[in-house]
Every structure is written in structure tokens, then in C-alpha cells.
Design a protein around this ligand. Structure first.
Ligand SMILES: C[S@@+](CC[C@H](N)C(=O)[O-])C[C@H]1O[C@@H](n2cnc3c(N)ncnc32)[C@H](O)[C@@H]1O
Length: 280
């Protein structure tokens, strides 16, 4: 049974990087008139109330979006992100945080489509309550890793697959790469954004090695760390592995990541990585 609830973590430093990159990719997809298709394999509930008991338990958002909310000196991509989140809060106090389904939905035009997968019995109800009435969206109470492969290639022949597991089950590290490879085989020109946490660095090394050696092309990695890696429990960093990224993403992240690593660091231990895992 799944116990992970993203409400405990909404708006934390990992969401900041994940959603900045998501917005950059969506802005890029929207630049061409041709419709696109998005698939969110791990949708979560769609919205988060930062005043509820889950979010307030560890107040992770305070060292994420909370630190950026009032800053006047945001780099461009962070400015786009914070301004976007402000539209969910009437530009006022930070109370509501949108999940990936809400973020993607805002970028959809009349012919774009979004497919959402969620397995958790409570989260799927929340997701259905908000997202099931829009004809551009389809919500599935199903395993996104197993089932989304069948949607590829989409008729639009352009789009993004966001893969954002909680890695609650350690086999997810292997499963995500096998799924990514199968998806890529069916839709090689699509963009893929795979989120990962750094909890035990050896698992990340294994994942990165698979990305480098299993035939994927045009893959970049963007990582933000707020603490030094440790053998103790807890996430010290997180990142996104992006297949077929917008050509502007790496230079945008060169501006963004050093700044975020400085601003969100705990005890000055911020770090970042920008690497090409596979060339075009
Ligand atoms: C990290 S959260 C997603 C957060 C969301 N993408 C966002 O950015 O707001 C992961 C979600 O995936 C769900 N989940 C776990 N395994 C899944 C699977 N195989 N298929 C679909 N959903 C899954 C969990 O219940 C959880 O809600």
C-alpha cells in the first residue's frame, strides 16, 4: 500500500527545481502553434494547501518557495516560476501551491492534451474532483509507469512526459530507467523529465550510468543540493534528468542553479550540477 503523501513536501527545494524546469519546458512547447501532449505519470493531488497539517508538519516549503516569495533579485527562470505560483495566491500571501497537474494545465491551449496517472486512493479522489471535467485532460487511477507507455507516440508527435515518483519503493530506481527506455523507443523525439532525489548517492550513480550507457541521446542533468551528502537518512539534493531538453534550458540553468544553491543552502552547504549525460 502506498503511504507517501506529497502534501508534506509541497513547495520544498526539490519542488522549486522540478517546477522551474517544468515551466521552462512548457513555455518552450507553447512557442510553436502545433498542439502538444503531456503525460504526468505521478500526478499527486493537483493542489496543496500550505496551511494544512501535512504542510505545516515540517514546513518544508519555508526552505523552498517561501525563501523566494519576497525576493526582489530573482534570476529570470525563478522570476517566471514565483510569478506563476503567485497567480494561484492572488499575488498575496503564500497559501496555495500548485502541483504538476495544475502547472501543466495552465499552459494547455485548446488543442493540447494532458494525461494524469495517480495510484493513491485519496490523491486520486482529490485529482478527479478538480481535473475530470476538462475535455483536454484525462485522469487515470492506474500505474503511470506501466500504462503511460501505451499512449506513445501521441498523435501530436510533440510533447513531454514528466516522471516524478516518490522512490518509496527502492526498485523504482530501476523501474524508471526501464520505463524511460521503453517510452523513448516508441517516441524518440519527445521530451522526458525524470525527477530524482539524492538520499543514497550510490543509487544516483547507478541511475546516471544507465542513462549514459543504454542508448539515450541528448540528455542533460540539473541538480540542486542544499546539504552535504550524508549516510544519515534524508534528502540532501535532488535533480531532473531531461531527455530532449529545450535548447535554451542549459544556459537558463547556468543562471539559475548557482543562485538557488546559494539562497536555499543550509549552513552554506549548497551545491549544483549541470551535466550532459548523453550528447545529441
Ligand atoms: C512525488 S509525488 C507527485 C508530485 C507531483 N508530480 C507534483 O509535482 O506535484 C508522487 C505521486 O505518485 C503516486 N504514485 C506512486 N507510484 C505511482 C505509480 N506507479 N503510478 C502512478 N502514481 C504513483 C504517489 O501516490 C504520489 O502521489
Amino acid at each position: 500500500m502506498l503511504s507517501y503523501r506529497h502534501s508534506f513536501h509541497a513547495g520544498n527545494f526539490a519542488d522549486v527545481l522540478k517546477h522551474i524546469i517544468l515551466i521552462q519546458i512548457l513555455e518552450h512547447l507553447g512557442k510553436k502553434e502545433k498542439p502538444f501532449c503531456c503525460i504526468d505519470t505521478h500526478a499527486g493531488p493537483g493542489y496543496y494547501d500550505l496551511n494544512d497539517a501535512y504542510a505545516l508538519k515540517n514546513k518544508e516549503f519555508e526552505n523552498g518557495i517561501g525563501k523566494l516569495w519576497h525576493r526582489p533579485d530573482l534570476p529570470d527562470s525563478v522570476y517566471s516560476y514565483v510569478n506563476f505560483i503567485k497567480t494561484f495566491n492572488n499575488a498575496g500571501e503564500l497559501i496555495r501551491y500548485p502541483g504538476s497537474p495544475s502547472i501543466i494545465k495552465q499552459f494547455l491551449r485548446s488543442k493540447d492534451r494532458l494525461f494524469l496517472y495517480e495510484l493513491h486512493s485519496t490523491e486520486i479522489q482529490l485529482l478527479n474532483a478538480v481535473f475530470s471535467r476538462d475535455r483536454r485532460l484525462k485522469v487515470f487511477h492506474a500505474d503511470g509507469l506501466k500504462n503511460a507507455i501505451g499512449l506513445l507516440p501521441p498523435v501530436e508527435h510533440r510533447g513531454l512526459v514528466l516522471i516524478d515518483p516518490s522512490y518509496e519503493i527502492k526498485s523504482d530506481y530501476d523501474l524508471v530507467i526501464e520505463t524511460l527506455l521503453q517510452m523513448h523507443k516508441r517516441f524518440a523525439t519527445g521530451s522526458y523529465a525524470l525527477w530524482y532525489p539524492v538520499v543514497e548517492r550510490r543509487r544516483n550513480k547507478h541511475l546516471e550510468k544507465a542513462v549514459k550507457t543504454r542508448g539515450l541521446k541528448n540528455v542533460q542533468l540539473f541538480e540542486l543540493g542544499i546539504k552535504t551528502d550524508t549516510h544519515e537518512h534524508g534528502m540532501t539534493a535532488s535533480g531532473m534528468i531531461v531527455v530532449n531538453p529545450p535548447w535554451t534550458l542549459a544556459s537558463e540553468m547556468q543562471q539559475t542553479l548557482p543562485w538557488l544553491a546559494d539562497v536555499l543552502a543550509i549552513d552554506g552547504a549548497g551545491s549544483y550540477r549541470i551535466e550532459t549525460l548523453a550528447a545529441e
